[in-house]
Design a binder for this molecule. Structure first.
Ligand code: NDP
Length: 242
């Protein structure tokens, strides 16, 4: 009997992460679904009892991430694919007036969180000589927009980390990729605007945003290339986003 590949998806409780869980399950993988809202992950597990393992994880908490991954049951502790998806934007003001707590949330989640999880998963991938890390960046890492100074900086950092990691693991057989979505309709804007749904909805004025499944499709496509092929970075925009 062949064992199904194991995929760890961070930020699996909503949006792009949740869609990645569905897409990998549809391709016959088993998925470790990690996030803070465990109630949502439990529901996923109830629907897929043998193929989804819910794991409570705050990616900002390095010790907690390390402990959670060290405690994986043996049948789940060889991670073939890591999707570093957990992330957020917080605040909307210029850097000199915004609440510094918002910078911390973004830097700690989008940058340190990605490093925390990767540093636990990569050593065994390198040791085995196989594995794939797919980082979710953003078009925001390639530009900067009003009110987005720190968020854009965190996503630019993700792009540098992706490139650096690829050099770090060069020759090991491990693959490192990145997907940069444009506007995707998820809870992202609601989080950014602290639950203000009219501000969140206004983000999509005049644009038909991407669906989370559009990104998940690209992620699973990247993961299913032959071992000698690495898709380095893919930028995915809604057709009518400038
Ligand atoms: P959602 O808000 O729908 O999902 C974000 C996910 O990240 C949630 O599952 C949330 O889970 C998780 N998360 C947030 N903080 C933490 C944390 N500290 N520890 C663990 N999990 C965390 O937004 P999206 O699906 O849109 O966002 C996913 C990724 O896509 C992010 O990295 C985002 O920057 C990126 N992106 C999104 C775009 C968009 O337009 N939507 C565009 C470009 C990039 P929980 O709260 O349960 O912990």
């Amino acid at each position: 009997m062949t064992t199904l590949p194991v995929v760890l998806v961070t930020g699996a409780s909503s949006g792009i992460g949740r869609a990645c869980v569905d897409a990998f399950l549809a391709q016959g993988a088993r998925v470790i679904a990690a996030a803070r809202r465990v109630d949502r992950l439990e529901l996923l597990h109830d629907e897929n009892p043998n193929t989804v393992l819910p794991v409570a994880m705050d990616v900002r908490d390095r010790a907690g991430v390390t402990a959670a991954l060290a405690a994986l049951p043996e049948a789940w502790n060889t991670i073939d694919i890591l999707v570093n998806n957990a992330g957020l934007a917080a605040g909307r003001g210029p850097v000199h007036t915004d609440d510094p707590d918002n910078w911390d949330r973004m830097l700690d989640t989008n940058v340190r969180g990605l490093l925390n999880v990767s540093s636990c998963v990569l050593p065994r991938m390198v040791e085995r000589g196989s594995g794939h890390v797919i980082n979710i960046g953003s078009n925001a890492g390639r530009e900067v927009y009003p009110g987005g100074t720190v968020y854009c900086a965190t996503k630019a950092a993700v792009e540098r980390i992706t490139r650096g990691m690829r050099m770090d693991v060069l020759g090991s057989g491990v693959r490192i990729s990145q997907v940069d979505p444009g506007m995707v309709q998820t809870e992202f804007s609601l989080v950014r605007f602290d639950g203000d749904s009219s501000a969140a909805d206004a983000v999509y004025d005049g644009v038909t945003p991407l669906l989370p499944s559009d990104i998940a499709e690209v992620v699973t496509w990247i993961a299913s290339r032959p071992p000698h092929v690495v898709i380095a970075d893919v930028l995915v925009y809604p057709t009518d986003q400038a």
